[in-house]
Design a protein around this ligand. Structure first.
Ligand SMILES: Nc1nc2c(c(=O)[nH]1)N[C@H]1C(S)=C(S)[C@@H](COP(=O)(O)O)O[C@H]1N2
Ligand SMILES: [Mo]
Length: 376
């Protein structure tokens, strides 16, 4: 049921604050920022299993570098038995591994938090699903050999801030996740060499985890005893251990780096404000979750989140990738709010009320809905 505080605009998450529509990479995006480049995919594009590279959202903190793949090397250093310097050809000699996984910015949906929070005001399209191919990070670390005390793996890209006062974007992930057989260093995205905007020649793929860990233009891996000491691990991309009341500041000591994504679904069709004829209407969209959990069910409501009916899940039941869903609805004349709600195999469901407010505006997974007008 909707609570007394129900605010339809918040659930719809469709208010566009700044920027505008841009045709970039041959597809339509919402342009949040051009420097650095932050491009959001319109939700109506999410009607396929894989998000085409040219329609895939972009989130960069600095200018995108153009890397000369012949001169490029991946360095592996820190708490390792021997340092490595690997060319792309060296990496391609290691066993190839591929998987389908959702890449989502932890800030996707930030624009729906009230009170508002600073940061890119993503609506819902800071997410995409792709087929990633490359090598296991574990295989690269095994070649270097780990020294006692190794506990975190620092990940550093070629990109650097324009201004010296801006911190450089870097991450570290805990060693167990780095050694997980599905954590990859990918050189291909959807069967093509990694596009420049998505990290050519090599990026990290951390399935089920937040997008900020998926370092693009990877050039240096540093095995460490502790977390990366930089701004983007120690100050940014952190979530309250115990979320508190909306608007209340949270001291950094009461936060921790984010790890797994949370269960979520989006309606891709019909489109918001679409006019439809009465009769059977196919409602479709995508649903995904975090860690190695899977989607257990998706339900559709056509009465503003009051009653729910199951949707059909399409595609393979496997972790990391999203699942398309579909439901046919005999629409009577009138205005209707059509919404979707996903539940995962951990038993977690999208909240009917606001997701926990947090100062960074992360992990928004409220109900997404569209308003449709059915008439002659
Ligand atoms: N080197 C580098 N890697 C990066 C970033 C960045 O700015 N620089 N942004 C991160 C964030 S916050 C996200 S959400 C994803 C976005 O990946 P995409 O642009 O391929 O969609 O890349 C991550 N990897
Ligand atoms: Mo992100």
């Amino acid at each position: 049921m909707m609570g007394p505080k129900f605010d339809r605009r918040r659930f719809l998450g469709l208010t566009l604050a700044a920027g505008g529509l841009a045709n970039t990479k041959g597809a339509d995006f919402y342009l949040h920022s051009s420097r650095p480049l932050d491009l959001e995919t319109p939700v109506e594009a999410f009607r396929t299993d894989l998000t085409p590279n040219e329609a895939f959202f972009v989130r960069s903190h600095h200018d995108e570098p153009t890397v000369d793949a012949r001169a490029w090397r991946l360095r592996v250093e820190g708490l390792v038995g021997h340092k490595l310097s690997l060319s792309l050809a060296d990496l391609k000699k290691l066993p190839r591994h591929e998987l389908t996984a959702v890449l989502q910015c932890a800030g996707n949906g930030r624009g729906a938090f009230r009170p508002g929070v600073p940061g890119v005001a993503w609506q819902v399209g800071g997410v995409g699903n792709a087929r990633w191919a490359g090598v296991r990070l574990a295989d690269v670390l095994a070649r270097a050999g780990l020294k006692p005390g190794a506990a975190h793996v620092g990940l550093h890209g070629v990109d650097a801030p324009v201004l010296p006062t801006t911190p450089k974007f870097a991450r570290s992930i805990p060693l167990p996740k780095a050694l997980h057989p599905d954590t990859l260093l990918a050189y291909e995205m959807n069967g093509a060499p990694l596009p420049r905007l998505h990290g050519f020649p090599l990026r990290v793929v951390v399935p089920g985890w937040v997008g900020d860990d998926w370092i693009k233009w990877l050039e240096r891996i540093e095995v460490r005893a502790d977390e990366d000491p930089g701004f983007f691990v120690q100050k940014g991309y952190r979530y309250p251990v115990h979320p508190g009341p909306p608007g209340e500041p949270v001291p950094v000591e009461a936060t921790a780096p984010m790890t797994e994504l949370v269960v979520k679904s989006l309606i891709a069709a019909p489109a918001h404000h679409q006019r439809l004829k009465p009769g059977p209407i196919t409602v479709e969209g995508v649903a995904w979750t975090g860690g190695d959990a899977r989607i257990a069910q998706v339900e559709i409501s056509v009465d503003g989140n009051v009653s729910w009916r199951p949707a059909e899940l399409l595609g393979e039941d496997r972790p990391y990738g999203w699942r398309r869903f579909r439901a046919v609805w005999s629409a009577p004349a009138g205005h209707h709010v059509v919404s979707a709600r996903a539940t995962d195999t951990r038993g977690a469901a999208q909240p009917l009320q606001d997701p926990p407010w947090n100062p960074g505006g992360y992990l928004w997974n409220g109900i997404h809905g569209v308003v449709v007008e059915v008439g002659p």
